[in-house]
Design a protein around this ligand. Structure first.
Ligand SMILES: [Mg+2]
Length: 285
C-alpha cells in the first residue's frame, strides 16, 4: 500500500475523467465512465495541466528530497516550454495566471516574485497541483510559498493550506465527516444543495465543490463522477476531489480507485515510480 500513489492517482484519474467535458455546462451531459474525445478530442485516460503540474511538483520533491522552490519552477518550465510531464508530449491546457508566472520566471524574475498577486489571480491553478506537499514534512508557509510560485494572493495560498490540511487529516486516519468539520465547523457542507455548489474556476469554489463531493459520497467512483457532473471546470474539480478520495478509499478494493481506470491512465507506470521516492516514505506506508 502506497498512500502517495493513492492520492496522486486519485488526482490524475479525476483529471482524466473531467477532460472530455471540460467547460460543458452542468446537466447538459452525464459522465459515467472514463471516456475519450469531447472538448479536447483526446484518448481516454489523458490527464491535463492539473496532473502535469502536480506530477512536476512530486518529481521535484522526490528527487531533491526537500521543498526546493526554484527546482519546482524549473520543472514547470520543462512542462510549459518542453512538454515534459505530459501524457503525449503536448500541453493542451494552461491557466492565464500560471502562464504569466512561468513566463516571468523564464525572463529571469526571482522565484518569489513570479506569482500573480491581484484579486483576479485566484483561479484554481495552484490548488490543483498542491497535493504532493501533504506527503512531505512542511509548514503552512511552505505550502503558501509553493502556491505563490504562480498564485500568490492570500485567497489562493490560504485555500492551498486548507486543502493540504484536509489531506493530512485523511492520511492520519480521518474520514469524510472529519474533513467536512475541519473545512467548516459552523456549517455542515453536506447539507448544501447541489444547486448552490459552484464549479467554475474560482479557487474557493473549487475547494468547496471538492470537499462537498468527498463528504457526500461513499466511494472513489461516486465522488469523482459527482465532481465531473457538476460541469464547468470539470477536470480540476474532479482532480481536487479525487486527491482526497484517493487517499481515503485507496487504489484497491471495492470503494477504491477502479482498476480499469488506473489501467487506462497514460504513463501510469511512470506515475507509480514517481510515488516510490524514498523521501515520501514517512507518508507512504
Ligand atoms: Mg486541466
Amino acid at each position: 500500500m502506497n498512500r502517495v500513489y493513492d492520492g496522486i492517482m486519485g488526482l490524475v484519474v479525476g483529471d482524466a475523467l473531467g477532460v472530455p467535458v471540460e467547460f460543458c455546462e452542468r446537466d447538459t451531459f452525464c459522465v459515467a465512465d472514463m471516456i475519450g474525445g469531447g472538448t479536447h478530442g483526446l484518448p481516454a485516460g489523458t490527464w491535463s495541466d492539473d496532473g502535469s503540474l502536480a506530477l512536476a511538483t512530486l518529481e521535484s520533491l522526490g528527487r531533491r528530497r526537500r521543498i526546493d522552490l526554484r527546482d519546482i519552477m524549473d520543472n514547470f518550465v520543462r512542462w510549459y516550454a518542453r512538454n515534459e510531464f505530459t501524457p503525449y508530449h503536448s500541453v493542451f491546457d494552461i491557466g492565464n495566471t500560471t502562464r504569466k508566472a512561468i513566463g516571468l520566471y523564464m525572463q529571469g524574475v526571482g522565484v518569489e516574485s513570479c506569482g500573480g498577486r491581484s484579486i483576479a489571480d485566484n483561479g484554481n491553478g495552484s490548488l490543483m497541483r498542491i497535493l504532493p506537499l501533504a506527503f512531505v514534512p512542511h509548514t503552512d508557509e511552505d505550502v503558501a510559498a509553493v502556491s505563490a510560485l504562480t498564485h500568490a494572493h492570500p485567497i489562493s495560498t490560504g485555500a492551498c493550506e486548507e486543502y493540504v490540511r484536509i489531506a493530512e487529516l485523511l492520511l492520519a486516519g480521518g474520514g469524510p465527516e472529519e474533513a467536512a468539520r475541519l473545512y467548516d465547523d459552523e456549517y455542515d457542507i453536506r447539507k448544501k444543495p447541489r444547486a448552490d455548489v459552484r464549479s467554475g474556476g474560482y479557487v474557493l469554489d473549487t475547494l468547496d465543490a471538492a470537499v462537498w463531493c468527498f463528504a457526500t459520497t461513499s466511494s472513489y467512483r461516486e465522488c469523482v463522477l459527482k465532481a465531473v457532473n457538476l460541469g464547468g471546470d470539470t477536470d480540476t474539480t474532479a482532480a481536487v476531489a479525487g486527491g482526497l478520495a484517493g487517499i481515503y478509499y485507496g487504489s484497491s478494493g471495492g470503494r477504491g480507485i477502479p482498476q480499469e481506470w488506473q489501467a487506462q491512465i497514460a504513463r501510469g507506470e511512470w506515475i507509480a515510480e514517481l510515488c516510490e521516492a524514498d523521501f515520501f516514505n514517512g507518508a507512504a506506508r
